[in-house]
Every structure is written in structure tokens, then in C-alpha cells.
Write a protein that binds this ligand. Structure first.
Ligand SMILES: NC(=O)c1ccc[n+]([C@@H]2O[C@H](COP(=O)([O-])OP(=O)(O)OC[C@H]3O[C@@H](n4cnc5c(N)ncnc54)[C@H](OP(=O)(O)O)[C@@H]3O)[C@@H](O)[C@H]2O)c1
Length: 404
């Protein structure tokens, strides 16, 4: 197994942010020119490098209620032009006689995405929730949720922990993608009916995105799930794809690096891409568990809205007219090529994977904008440009707390 399976998106960005931000900004003398070669990757990493500081800062702010994004049921009005309604995915199966889900175990509930998923499961008030956590974990959880510490390398241990569970949701870090293989076996052994793996990603089935090395561990999990579900009809799965986690990533200054004078615009910043807030991913998980038959053995695509970087920049300029951002155009093709070069040289690190992740979200033909979404299928609404504006406002003032 390659080392890149030990890379998580969040850790990746957290790692990048360890660079001295102020030095990076001081060093950045480029304004609106395309940047080339190694310089391109460095510039993106420099912009991303501020994010830990911002992330830490944000923890010192109280949760800003104004930054909470309410779900809207007005169709896909949050799309860039607010005109085209989303197409509903047509893969809905016709069998509707599955049992309902009562007992749900969640793995990785202490993570960036696991926390809001846990909150959504609890808020649904229809599930008995159990948390699976590593024996070595120091994470703490809200009372009175039951916590079972497991050894993810032992199918027997996990199987014992999963007795009586109807569903298992995994929000494990990318570091643990391969850990999901024994977890799947334990689900089957314990009679779990539905497994939702730690997917929560771009469109990995897209022919171009599927070639990106960073996604291969998730693709290996898909293959295992398909094979195991075919062999064990009582065991089913749902893959949830949500595009870019908007509030999480915007709080870190990624979609628009508000603190930078020269934020990167990937391929010019006009390419639409699907985004979802972390709280909405929690709702998608609940929706999938509440629509068991419709979401059986398939991928569901959800998004809150479709945006472009330039749309966010326009909103930011309206909200902060005193700021004079001079964005830098960065080519995602070059970022992908650099990441491939890094991998070919055996330089498989968190930082070296960034080009792949950016390429999947922003690259032309990589499926960053979902063409079919399943929001309606699972009873999930959409968001609007007004919601986006509230979030940009919060991000500008370092008051955006993902999931709040
Ligand atoms: N689409 C996007 O923009 C986007 C952005 C970020 C993440 N994601 C995806 O969301 C999922 C969750 O990512 P995340 O950033 O929320 O994860 P995370 O915070 O890095 O980690 C989640 C949890 O995984 C458990 N864990 C950590 N290392 C482990 C190991 N070696 N073995 C087993 N468990 C381990 C920990 O829980 P315990 O301590 O309780 O055991 C940890 O809290 C991933 O699939 C990731 O790719 C997508």
C-alpha cells in the first residue's frame, strides 16, 4: 500500500499551513500574471499556509450564529446563475421493503466531518447512536452517547463492538481508508445492514478524477464494498459525494484566501463547482439512513449549491470595498502535473497531493460541478446566494465556524 493512503485532506491542508504566513505574503510580489512550474505549486501552498493560524484564531471566537447557513427548499437557487434546477439522479432502485435503521455506530466521530455527522445523527432523534473510537484515541464525546474503543486491525474486536448495530457510518480520516476493509468484514459478521464509508468527496467516478492517485484508496474501498455486498445481500452500502466542504475549507481561506493580497484563482476562477457545508453532510447521512431502499448499493450526490471562485470574490469585494485583492491565476493542469511528478519520484506526502485535490474540484472535465444530485431523494434542501454571502461575511471576519 502506497504511503499516500496515510494522507488526509484536512491533515494535508493543516500541514501546508505550518509555513510562515507573513513571510509568504511578503514574498508574494506577483499580481495578476499566470505563475509557472514549481512556482505555481509554491504559491498555492503559500496561500494555503495561512490556514492553521486562521483555524486556531477561529476557535477563539464565539460561534457566530449569523454565520449559520439554513437549509432552503427552494430548489437549486444557490447555483451560480440561480436558473438551472438540478437533475435528480435516476439510479433509484425499485425495491422498497428494507427494514428501518435504529442502531447506528459511527467511526471517526471526533473528526472534522465526524463531529457534525454525529450531531446530525443525534439531532434526528430516531437513532440509538454508538461511537467507535480507537483504543489509542484521546478524543472525548458528549454524554450520554455510548463510546466503544476498538482495535481497527481486529475483525473480531470490531465485530463484537458492532453486535446489534443496523448501520455503520465511517468518517475516518484518509489515513484510515484501508482500516475500513476489516471494518466492512466486521459489519458483515455482525449483521449490519448498511455501511456508509468515509467517502464525502469529489466525483471519484469521473473518468479523469478516477485516475488521480490520491483517490485510489477510496476506489479500493468501493471495489471491496461492491464485491462484499454482492456476496452478502443482507449487507448494503451508500457512498456519499458532496464536492468541496465549503464552510470547512472557506474557514481555512482556501476558496478565496481573504488574508492574502493575491489569492489563487484556479484556471481563472470561473469554473463552477459543487459545495456542501459540513452540517449538510450530516443531514445527507441521516437522509440516506432514512431512505434505505432508495440509497441501497449506490452513490448519492449532494450539494448545497454550485459556486465559482470569482462569484465569491465579487461578494467579498462588495462586503469589503476597502480591500484590494489582486488574484493570481493558477493552472490546475500544472498543479496536477507537479503532483504526478512528485509521486513518480516517490515524494508522496500530504503537500505533494494538493495538486490532485485542486484538480478534482476545479479542473475542466473532472466533474467538480455535479450534473445530477440526490438532495430531493433524501429530503435535503439547497442553499442560496444569500446564504453564501453570510458565509463570506463570516469568513472575512474570521468568524466562520464550520458546522455552527
Ligand atoms: N470533500 C472535502 O472537501 C473534504 C474535506 C475534508 C475531509 N473530507 C473527507 O472526509 C472524511 C473525514 O475526514 P476528516 O478530515 O474529518 O478526518 P480527520 O478529522 O482527519 O479524522 C477523523 C477521525 O479518524 C480517526 N482516526 C484518525 N487516525 C486514525 C487511524 N490511523 N486509524 C483509525 N482511525 C483514525 C480519529 O477518530 P478517533 O480518535 O475517535 O479514533 C479521527 O478523529 C475523509 O474521507 C476525507 O477525505 C472531504
Amino acid at each position: 500500500m502506497h504511503a499516500y493512503i496515510h494522507v488526509s485532506v484536512s491533515t494535508c491542508i493543516r500541514t501546508c499551513i505550518r509555513t510562515d504566513v507573513r513571510t509568504n505574503i511578503r514574498n508574494s510580489t506577483r499580481t495578476d500574471a499566470n505563475i509557472q512550474g514549481g512556482e505555481t505549486h509554491r504559491n498555492v501552498a503559500q496561500v494555503l499556509s495561512r490556514t492553521k493560524d486562521r483555524r486556531d484564531d477561529s476557535k477563539h471566537h464565539k460561534v457566530r450564529r449569523g454565520s449559520h447557513i439554513n437549509q432552503s427548499s427552494q430548489g437549486c437557487q444557490g447555483r451560480r446563475n440561480a436558473t438551472k434546477p438540478p437533475k435528480v439522479n435516476s439510479q433509484t432502485p425499485t425495491v422498497y421493503n428494507m427494514t428501518t435503521i435504529q442502531n447506528v455506530a459511527i467511526a471517526g466521530a471526533s473528526g472534522d466531518l465526524g463531529k457534525p455527522i454525529l450531531e446530525a445523527l443525534i439531532a434526528a432523534k430516531t437513532f440509538n447512536v454508538t461511537i467507535l473510537s480507537r483504543k489509542s484515541s484521546t478524543a472525548t464525546f458528549p454524554d450520554p452517547v455510548k463510546v466503544v474503543h476498538v482495535d481497527y486491525s481486529s475483525v473480531e474486536d470490531i465485530t463484537a463492538a458492532l453486535q446489534g448495530q443496523d448501520a455503520v457510518v465511517s468518517a475516518l480520516t484518509t489515513v484510515a481508508m484501508e482500516v475500513q476493509l476489516p471494518l466492512i468484514e466486521a459489519c458483515i459478521a455482525a449483521g449490519v445492514k448498511r455501511f456508509i464509508p468515509s467517502e464525502f468527496s469529489a466525483d471519484i467516478d469521473n473518468p479523469k478524477s478516477s485516475t488521480l492517485p490520491v483517490y485510489q484508496p477510496k476506489i479500493a474501498v468501493h471495489k471491496a464494498l461492491k464485491a462484499r455486498a454482492e456476496a452478502h445481500p443482507g449487507f448494503t452500502y451508500t457512498l456519499i459525494r458532496n464536492g468541496v466542504l465549503l464552510d470547512w475549507i472557506m474557514a481555512q481561506g482556501f476558496i478565496l484566501a481573504f488574508d492574502s493580497e493575491s489569492p489563487p484563482l484556479f484556471d481563472g476562477g470561473d469554473r463552477p463547482f459543487s459545495v456542501t457545508n459540513v452540517a449538510s453532510v450530516g443531514k445527507a447521512v441521516v437522509g440516506a439512513l432514512q431512505h434505505l431502499a432508495e440509497t441501497s448499493n449506490r452513490v448519492i450526490y449532494v450539494h448545497d449549491l454550485v459556486i465559482t471562485q470569482n462569484q465569491v470574490l465579487t461578494i467579498a469585494r462588495k462586503l469589503a470595498p476597502q480591500r484590494t485583492w489582486k488574484p493570481v491565476v493558477v493552472k490546475t493542469e500544472e498543479l496536477e502535473a507537479q503532483s504526478r511528478e512528485n509521486y513518480a519520484k516517490g515524494n508522496i506526502t500530504l503537500h505533494s497531493s494538493l495538486g490532485f485535490l485542486i484538480r478534482a474540484a476545479f479542473g475542466e472535465g473532472y466533474g467538480g460541478e455535479f450534473q445530477h444530485v440526490d438532495n430531493e431523494l433524501i429530503g435535503m434542501g439547497f442553499q442560496t446566494e444569500a446564504d453564501l454571502e453570510k458565509m463570506v461575511d463570516a469568513a472575512l471576519h474570521h468568524a466562520l465556524v464550520p458546522g455552527s
